[in-house]
Ligand binder design. Sequence first.
Ligand code: TPP
Length: 663
Amino acid sequence: MNTHAEISTTTEDVMANAIRALSMDAVQAANSGHPGAPMGMADVATVLFNRFMTIDPSADNWADRDRFVMSAGHGSMLVYAINHLLGYDDMDIDQVKNFRQMGYRTAGHPEYGHAKGIETTTGPLGQGITTAVGMALAERMDNARFGGDLVDHYTYVIAGDGCLMEGISHEAIDFAGHMGLGRLVVMWDDNNITIDGKADLSTSTDQAARFAACGWHVQAVDGHDKEAVAAAIEAARGDPRPSLIACKTIIGFGAPNKQGTSATHGAPLGEDEIALTRQALGWIHAPFEIPGEVYEAWQAIAKRGQAARNAWESRLTSNSAKVDFEASHGVVDAAALRAAMTAFRKKMSAEAPKVATRKASEMVLEVVNATLPNSVGGSADLTGSNNTRTSGMTPVSRDHFGGDYIHYGIREHGMAAIMNGMALHGGFKPYGGTFLAFADYCRGAIRLSALMEVPVVYVMTHDSIGLGEDGPTHQPVEHVASLRAMPNLNVFRPADVVETAEAWEIAMSDTRTPSVLCLSRQGLPCVRSAHVQENRSARGAYVLKEAPEKRDVTLIATGSEVELALNAAEALAGEGVQAAVVSAPCFELFAAQDAGYRAEVLGQAPRVGVEAAVQQSWGAMLGDNSAFVGMTGFGASAPAGELFRHFGITADAVVQAARKLIT
Ligand SMILES: Cc1ncc(C[n+]2csc(CCOP(=O)(O)OP(=O)(O)O)c2C)c(N)n1
């Protein structure tokens, strides 16, 4: 491994100043952005990359690269400057000059998928450090499966005061310490500045003591003393615990009148201050002009990484687990999953069990987990309620990274971000559970799953007042609608065991869209007892029961209310009313169907929607001549059957609503 012995600090000073210059000039050109953090952390980042990082910009997805996460995402120019200097082929100087402009990769905050070398989207403070915990966990788990010849890398994070103040950071550091994630190194930009002024306006936490209490290795250094920083990173790498390095820095380092103040945090320095900064740093070059020898110094890092990757490729070629390694880091074997799920559905349709969809989900997962070797389950301390652990799964622990089930503890937000990190790292297909009512606790990270197009699966059980006695704190009412409001998120609410299997097949095969499965606590009859090859849920909604003659009304329902709609249709038939029943397990997939299919399913007749939740999100399903049977406020604490009657979500209510519409 590279050592720091032969590195000239003079060169590193200039390398760091190149980050500073690009950052202040790009922010000035954009007339917006955050120069302070990149200028303050330029020395730390330079030492990290120059002496420790092993990455190959010509193979940005190389599985065994070190991961770097800029958790303080507002300091995005640090990432763009470094990636430009390293020579990533999609980060030319034009990208830097057009920081924050439409059509360029240099977005306001680093966005995964926009440019190479961005390991995760950051900006919402606290997400990066927690996502990095997921990456560091995945590294150890992958290492346990394939050994150090193929998996042997570090996850480095730069986090600011903001990241450490966010609540999610505590979930992250507690979990990482408990798991003993020794390959995780967090460099805290300890500059005591946030937006409103000094960080100590709003915090008095002894961060070193907090991290130490969570089982971390903790050091503090002057973040502008490169040898001290290097020694600390060296020690961090050698310690079996996750490491915090508190780097005392000056925000906006180099700007003579503004450094050390919140004025540098999130505004251009201004032409005059920039001119003075150039003088102070001894940086004589024009904006966006980088001397050849500075590029050379940075690109030596890339060359070193390329050599390391070539050596790794040779090791992979001769490794007996090559095929398995590549399969686990590739996309899910959708054909195998489809075959297994189709056989399972056929069996279920024949047996037609009445089970809660959370139980159905467990039955499905037995097959999913047997079919996909790299699925990793978990729950935020609700394993027995979420039914997420299947037979043969073993818990992951600091002594057993070979496990495949994660006890995330009571850390829903952390769980969601950690799953993002595992999925981004590669090698694993994570799913994790909690109660649907606590989806809001995960929301910040679910939003990043959706934005990054990371297809993790959220198992959200106890999906309505149907959970009964736990009462309104635990009864989701607005959650399904609010999740449906999120772009690029598939929200499934399956009606029975067959739809649950269909939902899982779609969720686990997807390569770009995360899924939330909303599952019932209460038992639900099998409404799909006639087997068909087709995965009907893939079209989002479908006619479950057509009216024998021309439709008078279409009843549209999801999840537990499909049973009610079927009963209502039968009652209406007794009165000579022609009612069709549409099951709509996934509104998003339905919206993606062609207009002809949607019109055929929804029909011309008046429509009644039924869902034990608020009406919002039903607009496109219902149209004008329609009614909705659902919730209008919070639930209550009582047995489930009583609650459905109390809130008027019954087959009888559906019948009445239909009658009213058609007379
Ligand atoms: C969840 C979240 N809340 C608020 C913000 C807005 N915000 C961006 S940076 C920042 C202050 C961060 O302070 P610090 O981490 O110390 O960064 P520095 O001032 O050192 O650059 C805030 C509040 C955000 N990006 N994310």
